[in-house]
Design a protein around this ligand. Structure first.
Ligand code: HEC
Length: 141
């Protein structure tokens, strides 16, 4: 078979699948390839963070709202931001926030820290959690 007809087959397959399904198939690979804090995931995470911003600020000057300021949260020991009144459950939690602990926290806060005051059911989508964590690492994408 000539290269030309192979190309035609590829083009036809693309046309049959349509642009939408091609995008969906490729999306997870793109997200996985995005290093923590780099542009792509963080930009999506910024949009997703709207769900958190009712309770959380994330900047050097942000004051505590219902929840603590999340600026610099990665690498921070849970329940230790000065000036914020954490639940006793959170103060007692022996957790340092990194990619893995944040993923568990955002999937189901009450499962990781039973008795937490964070009234948030959790994010079911691993992609959404990864994007939000990328945004927490780089809040100005
Ligand atoms: C309804 C309000 C509310 C929403 C919505 C919410 N949080 Fe929270 N969050 C809190 C509260 C309150 C705490 C403190 C929990 C405690 O002391 O037990 C907290 C704690 C945290 C902590 C631990 C911070 C620390 O200093 O140890 C992280 C991380 C966090 N939230 C991330 C998020 C993210 C990301 C989202 C969005 C997906 C989110 N939260 C949505 C209220 C909220």
């Amino acid at each position: 078979m000539s290269r030309h007809s192979l190309l035609l087959i590829a083009l036809t397959a693309g046309a049959l699948l349509g642009p939408a399904s091609v995008c969906t198939a490729q999306a997870p690979a793109v997200v996985t390839a995005t290093p923590l804090g780099a542009g792509g995931g963080a930009v999506r995470g910024k949009r997703l963070f709207i769900r958190c911003s009712a309770c959380h600020g994330i900047s050097d000057s942000a004051v505590a709202r219902i929840g603590p300021n999340l600026q610099g949260v990665i690498g921070r020991k849970a329940g230790t931001l000065p000036g914020y009144r954490y639940s006793s459950a959170m103060q007692a939690a022996e957790i340092v926030w990194d990619e893995a602990t944040l993923d568990r926290w955002l999937a189901d806060p009450a499962a990781l820290v039973p008795g937490t005051a964070m009234a948030f059911a959790g994010l079911g989508s691993a992609d959404d959690r990864r994007a939000i964590i990328a945004y927490l690492a780089n809040p100005q994408p």
